[in-house]
Design a protein around this ligand. Structure first.
Ligand code: BG6
Length: 488
């Protein structure tokens, strides 16, 4: 088998999608808290509709989420029971700096994460911490327009230094910004950006990207200065693009679309702007303002490892109008006839994961980490309340095999795997609870009804076996399911 004995198996979540407790203990509001459920959500995510406060007519799923703020001990115990070696989580920026610019951080917020890290440590689970996962304090959006303003670099750096110092010795693995390329597709989610009519949107997006890239490099440097044991990663919304046909124009389109994402990682991993991006700015007359030291800052602090999320591959054509669109992806795709889709139209492609691992490894020659992967599906409890999610196991099994092949056959260096939504949580794209990824079921529906009680799905027992066999036993026929322990 390919997995090394210290391979980091675990699961991943993000603060805004699990914690709830949005105004407790001095926390401020952040961009994801104000994403409404329902048809206006997408326009808000894209920065096309301004919603910077809660409004009476809407339901906001992040307000309570799955209330991990109060359930973290119970949840971590369940992760430990599965044998997690690592738990990927994010810090809520506005829990620590409620307005983003407070002179002192919020001690209650810092203390909450101290307790979470101590709890993880009790079970020998290593935290992998995303400093900003789709997270910009609302006050910074109201005052500065989010990441389009250079001021955010200094504010984010101050936040990052605060947590790097505070959690020194407790956290070793850090990610600077989640799915940094989502900024291009959902600027409000990725950068707290709301457009005005007159705006040159591309210019604003790439200006904000520049600020995030400089900030990320400064945080990487700070992390290394604060503790030489720190390892810092970047994070790409992954999944390569296939050409719809072997027409050279389609292949060219696939290269270009891959570059939309690689653009960020090229800079974070190699320390400089790629020529294709500089040419794009020139061609499209995008005036990106860079500070005199920025080039040096980017060059000085490339990341230590490259992480990415992988749910599906994408297919593109030079003539997309001739083909059927796939539904549900933040990053658009047309339908690939060779692949099956999830209930949300995401095209399932385990071999695509192996190919992505190879592409990223060839390109960057840095250790990789798959920090998100999973199947969003509707779970139906049986008459005893148990969820037999064989469909989820099947998806995960094929992706684990693909990682194994990438390591064993292709020689890719892979540090670990944290499957997404190891406990059911709020879907980022739709705000649904019914789009479930978890090994652990949470009793809550799309409207916020339910007891929030946790229970183990079949996949819980399967993943436990995967971890204890270090990825060797992927079989789901003979797993021992302690049905009696399952509470629903
Ligand atoms: C990634 C995000 O885009 O995909 C997560 O980093 C998100 O926050 C995940 O939840 C799955 O997407 P969704 O929309 O199904 O939650």
């Amino acid at each position: 088998m390919g997995f090394s004995k210290d391979f980091l198996w675990g699961g991943a979540v993000a603060a805004n999608q699990v914690e709830g407790g949005v105004l407790e203990d001095g926390r401020g509001l952040s961009n994801i808290d104000v994403l409404p459920f329902g048809e206006d959500r997408l326009a808000v995510q894209k920065g096309e509709k301004e919603m910077l406060d809660w409004q009476d007519d809407y339901y906001y799923p992040a307000k309570e989420a799955i209330d991990m703020y109060h359930h973290y001990k119970e949840d971590i115990k369940l992760f430990a029971e599965m044998g997690f070696k690592v738990f990927r989580m994010s810090l809520s920026w506005s829990r620590i700096f409620p307005t983003g610019e407070d002179t002192e951080p919020n001690e209650a917020g810092l203390n909450f994460y101290d307790e979470v890290f101590d709890e993880l440590n009790k079970y020998g689970i290593e935290p992998l911490v995303t400093i900003a996962h789709f997270d910009v304090p609302i006050s910074l959006i109201k005052k500065y327009g989010g990441w389009k303003n250079r001021k955010l670099i200094e504010i984010y750096l101050n936040y990052a230094k605060t947590v790097l110092n505070r959690y020194k010795g407790k956290v070793r693995y850090w990610l600077t910004i989640n799915e940094i390329n989502v900024l291009v597709h959902q600027p409000f989610v990725g950068g707290g950006i709301v457009f005005e009519k007159k705006d040159n949107r591309q210019e604003i997006i790439y200006q904000a990207a520049h600020h995030q890239l400089v900030a990320s490099a400064l945080v990487t440097k700070a992390a290394h200065d604060i503790d030489k044991n720190n390892l810092v990663g970047c994070m790409l919304a992954g999944g390569s693009h296939y050409p719809y046909t072997c027409r050279p124009e389609d292949y060219q389109e696939a290269i270009n679309r891959d570059r939309e994402g690689y653009f960020f990682i090229d800079i974070q991993a190699r320390g400089k702007y790629p020529n294709y991006a500089l040419k794009k700015f020139e061609r499209e007359k995008l005036n990106i303002i860079m500070g005199p030291q920025d080039e040096e800052i980017l060059a000085a602090s490339p990341v230590d490892f490259v992480t990415f999320s992988y749910y599906c591959s994408r297919t593109v054509s030079a003539h997309p109008e001739d083909s059927e669109k796939a539904t549900g992806n933040i990053i658009p795709s047309i339908k690939n006839d060779y692949l099956k889709s999830s209930e949300w139209g995401w095209q399932i492609d385990p071999l695509g994961l192996r190919n992505s691992l190879n592409q990223l490894y060839d390109r960057y020659q840095k250790p990789l980490f798959v920090v998100e992967n999973g199947l969003g599906a509707i779970d139906q409890p049986d008459e005893t309340g148990f969820i037999d999610d064989e469909y989820r196991i099947e998806y995960l099994r094929e992706h684990v095999k693909a990682m194994n092949d990438a390591i064993e056959i292709d020689g890719v260096e892979l540090l670990g795997y944290t499957s997404w939504g190891c406990i059911d949580l709020i879907a980022a794209s739709t705000g649904q609870m019914s789009k479930r990824y978890g090994y652990i079921y949470v009793d809550r529906d799309d409207k916020g009804n339910g007891t929030l009680e946790r229970s183990k799905k079949k996949s819980f027992y399967w993943y436990k076996q995967v971890i204890s066999s270090n990825g060797e036993n992927l079989d789901s026929e003979n797993i021992s399911i302690g049905k009696k322990e399952v509470k629903v």
